[in-house]
Design a protein. Sequence first.
Length: 119
Amino acid sequence: MSLAPLLCWGRVGLGVVAMAAPRLPARPWVGDDADRPSVKLLSRSMGARDLAIGLGGVVALREGMPARRWIQAGAICDAMDMVGTLIHFRSLPRLGRLFVLAVTSSSLGLSAHLARRSV
């Protein structure tokens, strides 16, 4: 089984969670600031981004079309999330920043692998 559908559905799931419960994915990343309305707004916006990219990939795969560009778009988002985390590394919660780096780097690596395979 290809990992591409799992990657796309995972992004959809993250998007739905971030939009419905924005503090949940934000708290490990930014700590107590996740309760701030502005952070909830940003979390929901990022959730919409992930939902759109994930659904684009899911639909492409279901229709037998290449999902490569959708997967690459997700990889770019993951890379930028990593860069942002590294820029603010010292001000972020210790375990949360490591968790975010682990998740984003894993997703980035898988996305790069799948994009090379022209899924």
